[in-house]
Write a protein that binds this ligand. Structure first.
Ligand code: AMP
Ligand code: ZN
Length: 474
């Protein structure tokens, strides 16, 4: 098969052709959630776009094996190894054990993913399953001289590397500012960017999860988890590693440092990072207190797939600002799209030439650094084209393998779905109103708007045209 995906690689800082180590096969790894709280919709933007990447790879013919960890130990409140373990903080907050917290929020995470049509990776491995693997890797790093013991912890020695900042071209100082959200400096470290591979109880007396190790009873650092879990399931060579942009430093930088020191060769060729979802006050984060979850969106009347479309309409490498105004527009557009597609007849012949042509255009959009917004434009163009309904329906079903918007399923009535008769009437009224406005007959245009509202239909004029939704009539 032909390698045709062009993708931005954080390692080389340019868009390049994706060529896996083994032809036709992709070894893919995703940093999983830290399960001390619900995922916010920012976290889920990262998992959504990684899902699009995986599905694109499959769509263009690769056999993908995707692995994800669950961080249930070792991720401290600052990414630079200081502060309390996030899991313990979660357990204290809810008066539960760490394992109860991990189970509850792992299940909640996959439930959110299910609602967003995010496929579960082929392998999901909690960090607490792999303690022996972590200990083995740390032993080898100590033997090879890349690690040292200090204050009863084991640290990775970044000064042993020819190049540590492979993923960033920032200066050391500016990188540290983003990471150190406290002033707790660890005096055991020989170099300021050294990081912990193994903590012992000497550092945190109240650590709930502890294991025996050659260096005393303790627990692993966060970074070592992803190196070991990916190698356990994908071997010594990986094609593509994913995460949000905040993972670039220090997490992924440290993963590369320890993995390549352990292996003695290059480890992963492509690094894929999704930019952040922001709210008006900046990056959405769990530590900020109140944050937006899938359940909050549902409580506010949004199908989670409206959020999926919201994310797909912008590029994964750009920051995205969340707003309910835009969500409202996307909601109307989404419902209209789904009504239109689920109403298409599957009867009759599929035009093979048209199918191949539009499928090709759709693939080209995705292969151009995952341009999901262009892929959606191809969907709209296709729906407007002069081809049979059966062809349109087949193409929509095919595109949905990547877009994951349940496009061919009818809208459930409870989600505000309108029957076909009402839809046809509303469309007719919208057309009449447009004609009235064109003729400068604003009185008629306003009367039509009022008539629609009287039947519970609210219309809005947007740049994309008129959108409408059902509103309650009390
Ligand atoms: P965590 O559960 O904190 O380990 O984060 C899970 C994933 O969400 C990681 O890949 C982070 O990089 C990513 N992430 C965190 N905050 C955001 C955000 N505001 N927007 C997008 N991705 C994020
Ligand atoms: Zn990771």
């Amino acid at each position: 098969m032909e390698d045709k995906l062009q993708i931005y690689n954080t390692l080389t800082r340019r868009v390049e052709k994706f060529v896996p180590n083994e032809p036709g096969k992709v070894a893919m790894y995703t940093c999983g959630p830290t399960v001390y709280h619900f995922a916010h919709i920012g976290n889920l933007r990262s998992y959504l776009m990684e899902d699009i990447l995986e599905k694109t790879l499959r769509y263009i013919g690769y056999d993908v094996k995707r692995v994800m960890n669950i961080t249930d130990v070792g991720h401290l409140s600052s990414d630079a190894d200081t502060g309390e373990d996030k899991m313990i903080a979660g357990a204290k907050r809810e008066h539960k054990t760490v394992m109860e917290i991990a189970k509850f929020y792992t299940d909640a995470f996959f439930e959110d993913c299910r609602k967003l049509n995010i496929k579960t990776p082929d392998v999901v491995e909690p960090a607490t399953n792999c303690i022996d693997e972590f200990i083995h890797m740390i032993e080898v790093l100590l033997e090879k001289g890349y690690a040292y013991r200090a204050g009863e912890n084991v640290y990775f020695d970044t000064s042993k590397l020819k190049e540590y900042y492979v993923l960033t071209n920032h200066s050391e100082e500016s990188l540290l500012e983003g990471v150190r959200d406290d002033v707790d400096v660890d005096l055991n470290k020989k170099n300021k960017n050294d990081f912990v591979l193994w903590f012992t109880k000497s550092k945190f007396e109240d650590q709930a999860l502890k294991w025996d190790s050659p260096w005393g009873v303790g627990y692993p650092g966060w970074h070592i988890e992803c190196s070991c879990i990916s190698m356990k399931h994908l071997g010594e060579y990986m094609d593509i590693h994913c995460g949000g942009v905040d993972n670039i430093f220090p997490h992924h930088t440290n993963e590369i440092a320890q993995s390549e020191s352990y292996l003695g060769h290059k480890w992963c060729n492509y690094w894929f990072h999704v930019h952040h979802l922001n709210d008006k006050s900046g990056k959405m984060s769990k530590s900020k207190g109140a944050f937006l979850t899938v359940s909050v969106l549902e409580e506010n009347g949004y199908d989670p797939l409206v959020y999926r479309l919201f994310c797909e309409q912008s590029h994964y490498r750009k920051p995205l600002e969340f707003s309910y105004e835009v969500m409202d527009q996307v909601k109307s557009a989404y419902e209209k799209l789904r009504r239109r597609i689920s109403g298409l007849s599957a009867e009759g012949e599929v035009d093979a030439e048209a199918f191949a042509r539009y499928r090709g255009e759709f693939e080209d959009a995705l292969c151009s650094d995952l341009n999901t917004a262009s892929a959606i434009t191809v969907l709209y163009d296709m729906l407007k084209a002069d081809i049979s309904e059966a062809t349109k329906r087949a193409l929509a079903a095919s595109f949905d393998e990547v877009l994951g918007l349940s496009l061919t399923e009818p809208l459930p009535e409870t989600a505000g779905g309108a029957d076909d008769e009402l839809t046809a009437w509303v469309e007719e009224m919208i057309t009449k109103r447009a004609e009235a406005k064109k003729a400068k007959d604003f009185a008629t245009a306003d009367a039509i708007r009022a008539e629609l509202l009287a039947r519970g239909v609210q219309i809005k004029d947007t740049r994309e045209g008129v959108v409408w939704e059902l509103v309650s009539q009390n």
